[in-house]
Design a protein around this ligand. Sequence first.
Ligand code: KG4
Ligand code: ZN
Length: 357
Amino acid sequence: MSKKPLILGIESSCDETAASLITENEEGFPVVLSNIVSSQVEVHREFGGVVPELAARSHIEKIDWIIKKAIDESGRKIEEIDAVASTAGPGLIVCLSVGLSFGKALALALNKPFIAVNHLEGHALSPKLNSKLNYPYLLLLISGGHSQFLNVQGLGKYKRLGTTIDDALGEAFDKTAKLLGIEFPGGPQIEIFAKKGNPNKYDLPKPIFNKGGCNLSFAGLKTAILRIIKNIKTDQEKFDLAASFQNTIEQILYKKTKIAFTEFEKRNNLKKKIFVIAGGVAANKKIKSMLLNLCNEKNYKSIFPPTEFCGDNAAMIAMVGLEKYKLNQFNDLDHPAKPRWPLDENAPFLKGAGIKL
Ligand code: KG4
Ligand code: ZN
């Protein structure tokens, strides 16, 4: 039996401190030996959003025992680790620095290679943790900070087909939740509210629905919700607004994903059409089932990560580490933390106003 690599992944880019050990089986499929995630929700709740300084402090307080717990639960010994992979960006620099420095120090102490991982690449590869997934594939990455369609051609080979021109989808969920009086982090709560409401009660805007290819825009929804919320009196009306918001998002994603399918097919000579969703919002069951139906309609194989790998975690960081380890793609210990680190470095920076579509 050949010795399989044992990779430690470390994640601290925002408000989750996480560590995971993964290896692979004889057939070359990843095996998650431990996956520890410690959320800071309680630290930030009273502020209604992530406070960078408090987040960094919390990472510093927890990182030692999170990593120790990940090693203990894996049933393996620290000396057996073959490489350490840490998130190096994008994210909050004060937070990134904690996991990155810890990972570098541990790699140095163990005399093992260090791998700097792009957090978004972690999300992009997260479905590989429990499914066989071959390149190329179309990825819809929907998280708190990003919303993009990417043509994934291989490890490190990403071509952006579309992106949000203002808010990220998770941000839109969180802002809507805040307006509805739901405590931070509100995104997942919207899904619960929406179950009790009428999705056709309110007619909300669908920005750039008929233009801009598969680019996305969500900021207009927030403004519309702000206007409606002023006249809302009952809980039922709140449920109806949450349901109408989620329904509008479904319609936007349905249309834009169809456009992305066409763009993806134009750029690849495909034997098999594969569609992957990843990121925190991919945990939304309503969105997931709508996209699943679209895949059936358009003959796409859908590969969606299980909920535990949708939100931020370190197993997905270790997954990138494992792929890079097998290709001997290591990094020097002076690799910087990168607050901004797009997957497609050549795509123009679109966030903000003033873009012509
Ligand atoms: O990927 P993630 O954990 O962190 C980032 O890298 O951003 O994504 C977090 C985002 C938050 O905005 C959160 O509200 C959203 O994902 N989210 C959801 C759901 N679960 C998490 N949004 C809608 N429905 C959900 N069930
Ligand atoms: Zn994330």
